[in-house]
Ligand binder design. Structure first.
Ligand SMILES: CC(C)(COP(=O)(O)OP(=O)(O)OC[C@H]1O[C@@H](n2cnc3c(N)ncnc32)[C@H](O)[C@@H]1OP(=O)(O)O)[C@@H](O)C(=O)NCCC(=O)NCCS
Length: 197
């Protein structure tokens, strides 16, 4: 197998029945600030809640720049029907040659939780990851207390491979936290879990 995927900052549009995943722009800073500054949303994201719209704008710039160097790829998630931005998702990091593995991250504004949106968004992102990027394994690091995330991943067929003890510091850098590592292999995609299509 050969490493092939070249993103070079071209974040493709991915569509699902209700959603469009697309590159985030400066104009998205206002809604993204509402989500990233909400302590309930940021709680398990390993970053402190954002303090200003400027900081949010800088993060959007940084994420887009990191897609040019192929270190990260992050999509804004938009509801097609009304154009509302409801959150984001992406590959925090990936490695092709020698591993073909990517690690994911995601969040939605609180008012959009529990409606199946993230499940829908991740299915499109996984298809892109396996088919276009050439990944073989997609993994997620999850706080054991994050029951919504655990349920989401279980529903998509992920396996919990165990607890990584004091794996990293929390968002404030004040303590070490244990994290579960979940994974879904290419050959399992669409064949495991409660969700098919
Ligand atoms: C995790 C998160 C993205 C889930 O997205 P979502 O769109 O609400 O999830 P879905 O509606 O697709 O639901 C997926 C499953 O999780 C369950 N679920 C959703 N919210 C839940 C909650 N608060 N508590 C328990 N289960 C929950 C749903 O019932 C569903 O289960 P089912 O498949 O058995 O029906 C959302 O809660 C969130 O943004 N949390 C804050 C950010 C975060 O923690 N990100 C992860 C860090 S890596």
């Amino acid at each position: 197998m050969k490493a092939t995927y070249l993103c070079r900052g071209n974040i493709p549009v991915l569509e699902t029945p209700r959603l469009m995943l697309r590159k985030m722009e400066q104009e998205d800073a206002a809604p993204m600030f509402r989500f990233w500054s909400d302590p309930e949303v940021a709680k398990y994201m390993n970053v402190p809640p954002f303090a200003s719209e400027d900081e949010t704008r800088e993060m959007i710039n940084l994420l887009n720049a990191l897609s040019e160097t192929e270190d990260t790829i992050r999509w804004g998630i938009e509801i097609k029907e009304n154009g509302s931005l409801i959150g984001s998702c992406g590959f925090n990091a990936w490695q092709l040659s020698g591993a073909y593995r990517g690690e994911i991250g995601y969040e939605l504004g609180q008012e959009y939780w529990g409606k199946g949106y993230m499940r829908e968004a991740l299915q499109a992102m996984f298809e892109f990851g396996y088919e276009t990027m050439g990944l073989n394994r997609i993994e997620a690091l999850i706080y054991p207390q994050n029951s919504a995330s655990i349920r989401l991943l279980a529903g998509l067929g992920f396996s919990n491979e165990g607890l990584l003890r004091e794996y990293q510091q929390d968002g404030d850098g004040e303590r070490f936290v244990d994290l579960y590592i979940f994974s879904l292999l290419k050959r399992e995609f669409g064949t495991k879990g409660r969700v098919q299509g």
